[in-house]
Design a binder for this molecule. Structure first.
Ligand code: TNX
Length: 538
């Protein structure tokens, strides 16, 4: 509907005369406009939010201006507007339009690299950040002001935004998810969808558990049998396959554009049967490293038992040569600074010396190791990051810590007691969204949290969605918002308003009883406003 400009002029004059603008709304709102101008429930909760009472309605044609390093960010905003049925012109510097993207490096001192300011008022929108990461998160917050239908490009109404001032910054630098692609394979397409969803909620580390007894999922060109043989198997009824190096590189670029770093894991010296089948010389000659033998060597392994396979650690030269080759190739194609060396669930008199060696190989390649907490039984370098999953190991060395405690973050456990096809060894009743949300720690060495989904029973994309969502909303808030500012019932209120967004993003979430899902339908395709989007490099 078109309204004459004189109408608005009159309205503004009336406001001025009666000084009553703060409560005023234009008298002829379209239903959809009003709906979208209520303050959105933001997840994760920003550090400081000050709501105003004005409404800013985006015009059909917009001008986005940017300065400094923010050219790519202007393109994300452009994409957001385009998916909402609006157009925009991007201009560098010069006269500014209704949308301003400002990079201000001096803000880093106050808000860090990932912090940002988002302002919406009657003149338009401005996002300020010290770096691209912060500006990117400003865009993700802005996205939550838009109707959920834009995710599918199904919006032809206006977009009206509530006046706000937001100053935001994450509590933890490590805001992670782990996907076990080894037991059952998840390929580039699903991983990209997952990356899109993580980015929407400001999660920034995707740890890929690439190898285990049931399968090997990353191409190593100088050890081709790892994928020829090891890539061909999976857990019972799971998917096999592997990422080529090209796919792995592409995935990292896709993730990096969304401020997400991929953390690749080669699980060693245990959980290694897929490699042992591919290169039998890594076994002891009597196969005593496979105890108790869970399958007839070299048949593949499809079952669920853990802790029965390991390298023949006495064969130092063969094993270390293999490790150096694999980690060397992996490090060369890994963009991020971390390589995860696994290290869980295995006993061997040579375990500690193996871990020290594996860590030193990683460091010699200019990377930093992450390991499951057992690795801190060894005197590893203090630069290693320990990923705690039960918190019972007494470390030999003080290191930084990622909390992945199974009682709060193992999302392969049930959403509600008795959910089918879930693990329950850590908590019989499962891990509810409330248990995820209520995690807190005072340990100053903790750099963040990471939720994990092991895929023994996660055999399809829809099941992976069901395990991650909506609990990943709680993970995101635990990772971003300090415990002192978190409140479960307030979170659930906000999560209610995200149900339609999750549905529009095509996420096959679990119908958590705590959340009011309404009659929300799940979109058939998993595309979102930013699916597949890559800004041109500026
Ligand atoms: C333990 S926790 C494992 C995985 C299993 C998972 C099942 C950890 C470091 N290892 O190998 O898949 O339990 O919940």
């Amino acid at each position: 509907m078109k309204i004459s400009p004189y109408y608005y002029l009159g309205f503004i004059l009336l406001c001025l005369v009666f000084n009553s603008c703060s409560e005023a709304k234009p008298p002829v709102w379209e239903k959809t406009e009003i709906a979208s101008a209520t303050p959105p429930g933001l997840i994760p909760l920003p550090k400081e939010v000050t709501w105003g009472s004005e409404i800013y309605t985006l015009p059909e044609e917009n001008t986005i201006c940017y300065d400094g390093v923010s050219g790519e960010i202007a393109q994300w905003v452009d994409q957001l507007l385009e998916s909402s049925g609006m157009s925009s012109v991007i201009s560098q510097g010069g006269t500014c339009g209704n949308i301003k993207i400002v990079s201000d490096p001096s803000l880093e001192e106050e808000l860090g690299k990932e912090g940002y300011l988002l302002d919406i008022d009657s003149t338009g929108i401005s996002i300020t950040g010290a770096s691209e990461a912060g500006l990117f998160y400003g865009v993700q917050t802005l996205r939550q002001f838009f109707p959920a239908e834009i995710e599918q490009g199904d919006w032809d109404g206006k977009v009206a935004l509530r006046e706000v001032h937001i100053k935001d910054q994450p509590f933890y630098s490590w805001r992670g998810n782990m996907i076990d692609v080894a037991r059952s394979f998840f390929g580039v397409e699903y991983l990209k969808d997952h990356i899109d969803r993580m980015a929407a909620y400001k999660l920034n580390r995707l740890h890929l558990h690439l190898t285990d007894d049931q399968g090997w999922r990353i191409e190593i060109k100088s050890k081709p049998k790892l994928t020829e043989i090891g890539g061909n198997s999976s857990v019972k009824n799971g998917r096999s396959g592997f990422l080529t190096q090209e796919e792995y590189i592409e995935l990292q670029e896709y993730a990096a554009a969304r401020n997400i770093i991929i953390v690749p894991e080669i699980d060693m010296p245990g959980h290694i049967y897929a490699a042992l089948r591919s290169y039998p010389e890594l076994n002891c000659d009597d196969l005593s490293n496979l105890t108790p033998a869970m399958t007839t060597f070299p048949e593949p392994y499809h079952e669920y038992r853990v802790g029965w396979s390991k390298f023949c650690l006495e064969k130092k030269e063969v094993v270390y040569d293999f490790v150096a080759t694999v980690i060397g190739e992996l490090a060369a194609i890994t963009k991020g600074p971390w390589i995860h060396i696994g290290g869980d669930e295995i006993k061997d008199p040579l375990y500690e010396s193996f871990v020290v060696k594996a860590d030193s190989i990683v460091r010699s390649l200019g990377k930093t190791s992450v390991g499951w907490e057992e690795v801190t039984k060894a005197k590893v370098d203090p630069s290693l990051i320990s990923q705690q999953w039960h918190g019972r190991v007494e470390p030999q060395v003080d290191t930084k810590i990622i909390k992945s405690l199974c009682s709060h973050f193992y999302l392969d456990h049930a959403n509600v007691p008795g959910q089918e096809n879930t693990n329950n060894w850590c908590k019989e009743s499962g891990v509810s969204i409330k248990e995820v949300y209520n995690f807190k720690t005072d340990n100053p060495d903790v750099i963040g949290v990471e939720a994990a989904v092991w895929s023994e029973f996660v055999l399809s994309d829809h099941i992976m969605d069901d395990r991650y969502w909506p609990r990943n909303l709680a993970v995101a808030e635990v990772a971003w918002t300090p415990a002192s500012k978190r409140n479960f019932s307030d979170f659930i209120e906000r999560a209610n308003s995200h149900s339609s967004r999750l549905g529009n993003m095509g996420i096959h979430y679990f119908l958590t009883p705590e959340i009011n899902w309404g009659d929300q339908e799940i979109a058939e395709n998993s595309k979102t406003v930013f699916s597949g989007f890559m800004p041109d490099q500026k």
